[in-house]
Write a protein that binds this ligand. Structure first.
Ligand code: ADP
Ligand code: MG
Length: 330
């Protein structure tokens, strides 16, 4: 088990990580999600032993890691760009650490790893002949070769294009589960975090602002800024938040309401009314922006058998599953 207690890290006296606390159980995959510059890589490097902590404690199973050099931590690191050895074949890249350790049956283990990452038969290829996604699979196999007690992943899929990133995120999750790997991944990509991890820690400006099961964080972001970062379309506060909460049958306490896209559904009758600003027809439904009385512009959907168009006045119901109530910051 990895624990971070009140960790801070500074570069030349300028703090990059401020008071970070985390807990990672064995076999679990935790994603630290935060915007660029929030301190994610710094935190990961400190866990790896590549950055000294200013205050606080990083421990593995209650053993303080301060003073334990990187190569004695039993952790493996994988980066965005894989950093393969270009002059070595795929098999020799994957088996690199095994050869250093003179591990018996290394060739069989390499074959097993290539199978795990879906690259059987690629052993004799050179990295330059592989696609970006294949190279990341090789990097992953190499990281897993020595069965690290913790795998540290720094934006492992960020260099790949969108479609491939999505597929590889699914594969990465399956591979980590199949290998039973304990992993700490940092990323700025919420989809990647949601796909790969069991638990989520949200980082902002050097602080962990929220952590928990992905569904729990997603349903109840700690504050409006977190909600927006998690992909909610907008956050309503004050009277417009109250109007939406009452329409959804929720208590209209002093809170902000984070609204996912299409939080409203056009209906024959409903507690909300407004004027359609724009309508876009997709194969299944009609996506609308509606200027709702007392709230403002909100994304809404309508079924194809209704025909709302720009300028129409419509009634709407609230899809409460697309709302999150977050504490208002004052
Ligand atoms: P992230 O990985 O979330 O993008 P980083 O951990 O790389 O964030 O950076 C956090 C902050 O620390 C940034 O303000 C960055 O400029 C600063 N920083 C990162 N690495 C160094 C370094 N080697 N020297 C000085 N400042 C650094
Ligand atoms: Mg980074």
């Amino acid at each position: 088990m990895l624990t971070l207690d009140g960790v801070s890290i500074a570069y030349d006296g300028v703090p990059a990580v401020i008071d970070a606390s985390l807990r990672l159980e064995d076999g679990e995959v935790l994603a630290v999600l935060g915007p660029s510059g929030s301190g994610k890589s710094t935190l990961l490097r400190a866990v790896a032993g590549l950055e000294p902590v200013t205050t606080g404690r990083i421990a593995w199973d209650d053993g303080d890691l301060a003073g334990v050099p990187t190569h004695k931590r039993g952790f493996a690191l994988m980066f965005q760009d894989g950093q393969l050895f270009g002059h070595l074949t795929v098999a020799r890249n994957v088996g690199y650490a095994l050869r250093l350790r003179r591990t018996p049956n290394a060739a069989a283990r390499v074959r097993e790893l290539l199978e795990l990452v879906g690259l059987e038969g690629y052993g004799d290829r050179l990295p330059a002949t592989l696609s970006g996604g294949e190279r990341q699979r090789v990097a992953l196999a190499r990281s897993l070769a020595v069965q690290p007690r913790l795998l540290l992943l720094d934006e492992p899929l960020s260099a790949l294009d969108a479609g491939l990133r999505e597929r590889l995120a699914n594969d990465l999750r399956d591979i980590l589960r199949a290998a039973g790997t304990t992993a700490l991944m940092v990323t700025h990509d919420q989809e990647e975090a949601f796909t790969v991890a069991d638990r989520l820690a949200v980082m902002r400006a050097g602080r962990i602002v929220q952590q928990g099961d992905i569904a729990a964080v997603w349903r109840a972001p700690a504050d409006p800024e977190t909600a927006l970062f998690l992909g909610y379309a907008r956050v309503l506060e004050g009277e417009s938040a109250g109007t939406l909460l009452r329409a959804a049958g929720l208590p209209d306490d002093d809170a902000a309401v984070a609204v996912r896209r299409s939080a409203l559904v056009v209906a024959d009758a409903g507690p909300l009314a407004g004027v359609v600003v724009s309508a876009r027809v997709t194969p299944e439904l009609i996506r609308l922006v509606v200027e709702v009385d007392g709230i403002g512009a909100v994304d809404a959907v309508a079924r194809l058998d209704t025909h709302p168009a720009a300028g129409d006045r419509v009634s709407m119901v609230v899809d409460a599953s697309r709302l999150a109530v977050t504490p208002t910051t004052s």
